[in-house]
Design a protein around this ligand. Sequence first.
Ligand SMILES: [Zn+2]
Length: 431
Amino acid sequence: MNIDYQHPRDQIAEIMDRIYRYGMTTTSGGNLSIRDEGGDIWITPGGTDKGVMRSSDVVRLREGVPVDTMLRPSSEHPFHRAVYEARPDVGAVLHAHSPALVAFSVAGKAPDTRVLPQAFDACGRVGFAPYAVPGSERLGRSIAEKFAEGCDVVVLENHGVVAAGATLLEAFQRFETLEFCARTILNAAVLGGARTLSAEMLALRRRGWKAIAESFDPKARGSRERELRKTLVDFVHRAYDRRLMTSTEGSFSARLGNDSFLVTPYGVDRRALDLGDLALVEGGRREIGSVPSRSASLHRLIYADHPETGAIVTAQSPYVTAFIVSGTALDSRTIPESYINLRDMPVVPYGAQFEDEGLISAAITARNPVVILESDAVLATGRTVLEAYDRLEVAEATANALLAARRLGEFRPIDDAAVAEIEAAFGVPPR
Ligand SMILES: [Zn+2]
């Protein structure tokens, strides 16, 4: 369900639940607020268990005074109000102590979002505010100052993070993406460090995507399409729940016919994705009223070039992304299952997704169903939605194991003779 249509109380309860459930804050840490059209502020209550907070616990403040409630507002409400005063365009404020951003907070810096083009676009301007005691006017002033300068997210020294947005969903997406970016940088540090993209490379993403302009009215829908819609939505939710996708990143498509497929929409919260949000693309035209993912034209080309491909998923799963942003080769010769599923994982140079989609499609072969898009994402194909999804999961598990193995010493890949044996036993196509 699209949370933008919900009452402030319900939006706050749902986003708080998501932040807590996915390990992005502790039970006592974190508070959210929404400023409504009348200027009232709806805010999480103070001293409650964030794991079981209900929408009826949300406190409504009018001119800073609670209305119709025995509950008290979050003790951090002064800085929420300070941000609203500094920024008339802000409609929601989110504060949390998420693990990776707290690591940055105590190390005295903010993550550099130029490591990932999506994060650079989704997070906006990121600032860093000096320490002040929680709940104090001074903390409110130091945070509000940063937002007044035009920041969209601010890391608080020895504390946590504050994100703002026109809506609570926008504030959450900035926060979740920045936390993801922070975790990626931390993991990449083990691999030699994350590389930042130049201004030209970042600009390429903004102007490079091809939107599908022409639309059509699909009239009647078949049972196969209805079945595929359900399968895709279920797998996108699963990918989100397994943290393989964030609310702002990851696309999934499934072939319906010769030149028709269903694809996730652009800009829709992946966790709230519903059956009707998926876009049907047929003969290069999009279903009327739909906004297909910006990688839809790439998916169309892959389906045309590879008749055996039935599904495509593109994602920035956390551990794989650490390898991608540090430019470290992801070696699938860890365990037989990884090698059988992933094989060589060729790397396609950055920018191909915007300027030369044919390069990506050509990198996909019967031997190599998974490719790495440099400084961007992993793209996995399969005969079915399950097979493509499984390859994404295996890639992520492989990257996780490789990263952990570094702490134990040298990585010992499966040797050439054993690889040849696996290839023969499991019918892996030759190079
Ligand atoms: Zn706090």
